[in-house]
Write a protein that binds this ligand. Structure first.
Ligand code: IFG
Length: 525
């Protein structure tokens, strides 16, 4: 038994260790997602003033546009905004150069060098410049996110960063069918996604409770299908120009929109709008509850495939991305052979319109054309594993959306009023502390396009509710999608994550103050 002095020394050591763990390392910048390589050089920081020039190469219009997005972050009401210039200058400046000595960093990679003398950001392509700007932004004190506060000077620690993403598909899904969200709400979601280098916005545009996208030539779909939503509210829909505006806003921030029209199930809104989609020709009443699995279009009618063709043609024409998602989940009303026949014809229609087919993992039971993507949401089902492995062996690839990890509509803990619990509680650690490779037995990293966090909106009605369900958990999904597998650890990440609370406060994000995270108290530095 050690003597009293030994016990005291042991206690002191334990106290020191615990206090050290609760405080972040003072020098390490709290970047999310963690870059591939980050070196804190030390020495004096680079200091932004209201006159710090942003330098781009003459004629590099995309670099100038990306610099403009940085200007919007730095602009304050009375201190003006930094000038974007093309001439080299002796003033300490920020240079954004579309050039790279590293061809292994890809279109989204970049190198960022910060010293007291200046900042140099190089990337082979505009997306890399944009992601380097997000890293530079996160190196600045959180107060930079205020639009009116006087927040200069802004010191940025001297670092050397070399970075590129692990996975190409880093996404969030927003269900705009259960509850409708207007264009400005979607733009807000894109802004917050871009800060964390997410690059796919999957819009769930139709379901039992709503049809949300105008299809010229079929006005009933939105006149009837867009009329309501869960709970009987006013619903709504995107006109073609609304959808074009969302796609453009997202593309400017290097986010690709993946439109989903869910078929053959989850279709009560379409069935209520277009009688000929019903096998008996009779349209059901609009539905504002939250049951699933009870609806299906009539797979025996040619009118159904003409409808699918009209919808896919319209979506394909307005979607610059390669993918059109046709759902395929929870079809409890069709025999498997009818389901397979429908999915086979539906995916052929997608390919005919020059796009690649995406479906929820039920479609893995059907022979899929090469280039198809299976969105895995039920990893815990052994059957899914077998079907998905077979689809992958036939050339399909997967996006992982494990419902027991990153379904953002699952309550994060029992204190949450918003959200559902059928897949269990998805806490902040659950959403971060998992590894995509091995999620589905036998699916290699080369077949994994990436990860995507769905936010279903049965119980989510406003953009603040969206923020509350998405943050802080979406930041963890972004790191799973971007950062190297090695080195990720919840104990380290949670301290870094805590430092993003003040940034979200300055941005006005209505985030969930999870007790899993040691959020700093007080104002915003
Ligand atoms: N499952 C349904 C969704 C939604 C969800 C809510 C999928 C692929 C439950 N399908 O998840 O429409 O109702 O958590």
């Amino acid at each position: 038994m050690p003597g009293p002095s030994r016990l005291i020394a042991l206690l002191a050591a334990l106290l020191a260790a615990s206090s050290a763990r609760s405080q972040p390392a003072p020098s390490a910048p709290a970047l999310i997602p963690m870059p591939l390589q980050l070196e804190v050089v030390g020495g004096p920081p680079f200091v932004f003033t209201s006159r710090t020039p942003l330098v781009v190469e003459p004629g590099d219009a995309e670099a100038r546009r990306v610099a403009g997005l940085l200007v919007e972050v730095l602009r304050t009401s009375d201190e003006g905004a930094p000038p974007v210039v093309e001439a080299e200058t002796t003033t300490p400046s920020v240079r954004l150069l579309t050039q790279s000595t590293r061809d292994d960093l890809g279109a989204e990679g970049y190198q960022l060098s910060v010293s007291a003398q200046g900042v140099t950001l190089t990337a082979a392509a505009p997306a890399g410049l944009f992601y380097g700007v997000q890293t530079l932004r996160q190196l600045m004190p959180p107060r930079v996110e205020y639009t009116a506060a006087r927040h200069r000077p802004l010191a940025v620690p001297a670092v050397e960063v070399t970075d590129r993403p692990r996975f190409a598909w880093r996404g969030m899904m927003l269900d705009v069918a259960r509850h409708f969200f207007g264009v400005e709400d979607v733009e807000r979601v894109v802004d917050l996604m871009a800060l964390y280098k997410l690059n796919r916005l999957h819009l769930h545009l139709s379901d039992d409770q709503g049809w949300r996208i105008e299809i010229p030539g079929r006005p009933a779909l939105t006149e009837v299908g867009g009329r309501t939503e869960v709970g009987g509210g006013p619903g709504g829909f995107y006109t073609t120009s609304d959808y074009d505006r969302i796609v453009r806003y997202a593309a400017e921030r290097f986010v690709t929109v993946v439109p989903e029209v869910d078929l053959p199930g989850h279709t009560n809104a379409a069935l209520a709008s277009v009688p000929e989609l019903n096998c008996d020709g009779v349209a059901p009443e609009p539905y504002t509850g939250i049951r699933v699995g009870f609806s299906s279009v009539c797979v025996d009618r040619e009118a159904t495939y003409a409808f699918v063709d009209d919808v896919v043609r319209e979506l394909a024409a307005r979607t610059p991305g390669d993918e059109v998602h046709l759902g395929g989940d929870e079809v409890r009303e069709l025999p498997p052979t009818d389901y397979a026949r429908f999915v086979a014809r539906a995916q052929a229609i997608v390919r005919r319109h020059g796009k690649r087919f995406v479906g929820w993992d039920e479609v893995a039971e059907v022979d899929l054309a090469p280039g198809a993507t299976v969105q895995v949401w039920r990893p815990q089902l052994a059957s899914t594993g077998q079907a998905v492995r077979r689809a992958v062996d036939a050339g399909a690839r997967v996006v992982l959306s494990p419902s027991d990890r990153i379904y953002l509509d699952m309550k994060a803990d029992s204190s949450m009023v918003l959200g559902l619990t059928w897949a269990g509680l998805n806490g902040v650690r659950d959403a971060y502390d998992w590894e995509p490779v091995g999620m589905v037995e036998g699916v290699p990293e080369t077949a994994i396009r990436g990860v995507e966090a769905p936010l279903w909106t049965e119980t989510v009605g406003t953009v603040r509710d969206v923020e509350f369900m998405a943050f802080p958990r979406l930041a963890g999904v972004a790191e799973v999608g971007w950062s190297p597998r090695a080195g990720r650890s919840w104990d380290e990440y949670r301290l870094r994550l805590a430092q993003h609370g003040p940034r979200w406060t300055a941005l006005g994000v209505s985030f969930f103050r999870s007790p899993e995270v040691p959020w700093p108290l007080g104002g915003v530095e």
